[in-house]
Write a protein that binds this ligand. Sequence first.
Ligand SMILES: [Zn+2]
Length: 396
Amino acid sequence: MKSVNAGALPGLRIVLLTLALLLPAGVGAASDSAAPFEPHQRLDVASRAHAQDVALTLDACGGAYDQELIATLLRLRVPATLFVTKRWLDRHGTAVRELRAHPELFELENHGSQHVPAVIGRRLYGMQGAPDGAGVTREIVDGAQAVLQASGHRPDWYRGAGAAYDRASLQIVTQLGYRVAGFSLNADQGATLGAAAVARRLRQAKPGEIVIAHMNRPAWGTARGFGRRPARSARSRADLRQAVPGGRGVAGARRQADAVNIDLVAEPDEALRRAIAAPLLAFNAALAGPSGHRPLALVVRGADGGVCGGLWGATAYGWLYTQMLVVPEPARGRGLGRDLMLAAEAEARGRGCTHAWVDTQFGARAFYERLGYTVFGSLPDYPPGFCRSFLQKALV
Ligand SMILES: [Zn+2]
């Protein structure tokens, strides 16, 4: 794909979201597991070929068609992934034909059926969320069907109304086989900004950014913002970077974070750990697919039947992680540790795992190396005077 030095996105190559590898860039704050959170993603621009990539996503929630915005993108040859609702598609047959005439630039993806947020029994940005899980499913499935009919291709992505989700809804998205489309740069704040503000935000776009804007509110400044020439100081890549020290400028996350409190918990328990982890796990599942996380434990019992050692770990994402390996004192040096590791690896292979990893800090590194593990990282002075080593091994 050629580089487009376009309007207010100078020096960056704009790609379609569908082609991109994603990295999570953080999760909006959530006070409990059912609270909506806003997934933020960036493109994986680690490779040289993608170092300047930016993805532009435009939402059509309902309402009108911003013909000037699409004309601007056509003129500048800027590709965009378009998240459209069924209700928008139903109303804009002519626009759909115009968009379909440029498959090299535009792809249609699923923004739901009736623009009902994927937050069950809650409100999101003034919109009433789905009444139940069936409502979330209907919104996704009917929206996908409409995109299929309008574009001839089954959508890969889903972005709910308001781009925030509760945990149950994220699971539904995953179960239906779609990936959640987050973003990292909110260019038009729901199409409520003027042209200058939109252009200013676009000039902040750094490589890897996923830009969100709207194509259904032509009265606002989105189209003219995209068409603005970049400021002189932001023309080259180096200058662009100097112009944006660090900031990602995701207003939505900040707005949510403003409304929460931070408490230090003196004695955190397992229930709290689960509550904190829940939105993250749902987010990971929506991004990378289900982890398939399963605990794995091998128990060593003494003659009296009591537990005196063993192995504790888990398998997830095709990896075995050994968190603890405990060989009882009397059995040391007789190959019991090796037997435990080999048994865990065999079980992991049976679960479809292809790799294993482990970390150790008190001299067990050589033990794992003898089992075929190699060091991929180390943390000096953990604990002071020792080095914590991280090792991995291919299981197949
Ligand atoms: Zn929307």
